[in-house]
Design a protein around this ligand. Sequence first.
Ligand code: UD1
Ligand code: CA
Length: 451
Amino acid sequence: MSTSLIILAAGKGTRMRSDLPKVLHKVAGFPLLAHAMTSGAAFEPERTVIVTGHGAELVDAAARAVDEAATCVVQEEQLGTGHAVLQARPALDGFRGDVIVLYGDTPFIRPETLQAMAEARKTHDVVVLGFQAADPAKYGRLVMDGEELQKIVEFKDASIRERAIDFCNSGVVSASAETLFALLDKVGNDNASGEYYLTDIVALAREAGLSATAVACDELETMGVNSRADLAVAEAAFQARARAEALESGVTLTAPETVFFAMDTHVGPDTEIEPNVVFGPGVTIENGAHIRAFSHLEGAHVSRGAVVGPYARLRPGAELAEDVRIGNFVEIKNAVIDEGAKVNHLTYIGDAHVGERSNIGAGTITCNYDGVFKHRTEIGKRVFVGSNTMLVAPVKLGDDAMTGSGTVVTKDVPEGALALGRADQVNKSGLARKMFEILKARKEKQAEGKS
Ligand code: UD1
Ligand code: CA
């Protein structure tokens, strides 16, 4: 059975107090919308339709960053969740399978939960995802009759008896496209909010002789983000789960509560991650690497046996081969560091390639930017770059080359050559001692003048 997703993301999210549409606020380095799309991706959806409204263009761009094939449809006026889903109809023209409706501001629905809904769809025409609410507050209430879902009543429209129900609507709904849109055609807005409620399709289904049921999930999964406080809670929930999963998969975290993962961080087993490490988007750590304390990694690939940090920064395009060493206060950007190479202290390597087993001395800088353009630095194999070398790109150092400390390299260095580019040193015999005597005498004189 093929599946398509409809993700509702038209709301403004007033309580965020933000110029940014709510679904673009980030958890674990990715917009809420990307989390919702990722949950739904478990179905390999045939089509993904995002219903946008506020900040439609920005939401559109974010959706495409996750899935180029996603279609965004604009809901000009937010007339309710039922009206929102109807906007997706033209984009699903000709689609014959199942539709799952998700909310763009609800990031944590697990693929397993959606799978359970798909299972329930085999025996029911409409399937709703519900949860036992610790505090049912304003959620829609699921009115059950045994296994059958009779209707969903919105809080505002509910009787006192219905309000006492604590089995609540998450908002996630599944039905065949045909059934969904046929039922939505019948939904009116004669209710306390004057909105077209998606939830009304349940009672309409029952009236039409169709069956409906609810699948239950953990309340945490259905958590929606409506405020900055919710966003912080969502971040904490994500991190708690990511840390537990990392530990479970064989990663050592010395202080799990201080390590922050992105939604797409991949860490292989037998990796050791010390305290206070932050992963931005796009990081892969292969088995058995060691990420030392206070390191920040983003868009980086770290191979087996590599050691990074403490206090290292890997920026997008950092590609570390096996057994590479990246030490304290080193920044690597858009650079490939080949097997066994060492960049141990106080260095910037950007737009560069460092060949295998080369050693980059403390304080080395690839001067990659001339104020307008970026340029590349090529360092061969087994090169020894002396401390405080400035590599003024574009520049190449051949295999087995060497640079003297403090050299400003502006010309290519042939293989096996030593580059020296610094002022020659002169020693003035006895002059230091003489200088000390003069200075001390001056200090004594000043002290006498004061007393
Ligand atoms: C909705 C459900 C309620 C459920 C709750 C769970 C309805 C009528 N009610 O209520 O049963 O318990 O979610 O959180 O469905 N949206 C649009 N266009 C619109 C209206 C909403 O895109 O015209 C989007 C919002 O951006 C949001 C989602 O749909 O992502 C839910 O809308 P919201 O207004 O928050 O619904 P609730 O009143 O919370
Ligand atoms: Ca809501």
